[in-house]
Ligand binder design. Sequence first.
Ligand code: SOE
Length: 399
Amino acid sequence: MEKTIRTAIFGTGFMGRVHLEALRRLQFVEVVAIAGRNIEAARRLGSGFSIVKGTADFRDILSDPAIDAIHICTPNALHFLMAKAALEGGKHVLCEKPLATRVAEAEELVALAEREGLFNCVCHNLRYYPMVQQMRRMREAGELGEILAVQGTYFQDWLLHETDWNWRVEAEAGGPSRCMADIGSHWFDMAEHVTGLRVNSLSADLQTFYKTRKRPKHSSETFSSKLSGTDMLGINLLGTKDYLDTPVDTEDYGGVIFSMGERTHGSMSVSQVAAGRKNRLSIEISGTRASVGWNQERPDELWIGRRDAANQLLLKDPPLLKPEARAYADLPGGHSEGYDDTFKQVFRRFYASISGAPISAAGGVHDFPTFVDGLRQLKIVSAALESNRTRSWVDVSEN
Ligand code: SOE
């Protein structure tokens, strides 16, 4: 019988709930405490899941020797201090992306986790859709040939109106980059994970279309502003007295061209003001033997393009997947596996590594994105910010 690992969650917003629900699907892991911006929020989230301990001070949880690990699901500016305190307290840490808001902070966390010998993970969960793993394993098997180009987008529309607000809009809470750090980091992590290549130079154009936003006087959870402030045509439903005009200097949109490895080039764009795109990461990889294309709004489908044979549209069906990709599909063909399932796949591997439990074919060694991957993505975001400021190409160190 595996030892039950006791864990806790810092953060009670959209991502805190997503993590909590995914953790409840795992054997041998028990969520025993929640820390929130106030004790009512912590207890409110925990009450629905019979989690007794709720606190407004995350250090209460770090001082509990019976807790083995913690999840950080708070605004980005809190990630560094919480992860540092947790590692110093001997806890394994799973942190939402971005790992921190500064490269130097991420470097410090990578070194600290290594020194303390603690498991560490940055939640680049989008890697773990089964068909994304199929792309990766096809590339590893040489079925794409040499990678020539990588292109794509990550588009959302939840911040399209000037009355849409979220802590991510404010540099103080979210860091100097919004769109590129929040969702561009997912795209670049997937591009590097699937191709096995590293971005080594880039040129970025970042745009803040709303230099001022109307901040609602009530707090607004991620994606929730779509329900409160405006009607179908974007007409503001709340009175002007309900908003504060607030200056904004984080980007709504970003376009990047880049080089990878010796010969690969690519382009991507991210936007949180793309009407009609809800949460759509798309990626297309062009190789000398074949291309593959995938988009998050149709996650069970993988497009395979060929020059000298018919193209294919492969539907997720475990017997048709490569064995290593099959390990990320829990359900048979025709049963969709989506966003929340990817968190389960990451967490299963993180906690199996802590407990030493094997995962079927994968044995005792489990791959999941670590703080080293989180540092990678911060270096890319930092290079994009510098490139946009200097209007020039900026190199990204390979490691
Ligand atoms: C908001 O852009 C957000 O919740 C991101 O922060 C998540 O990482 C992404 O998975 C969905 O959208």
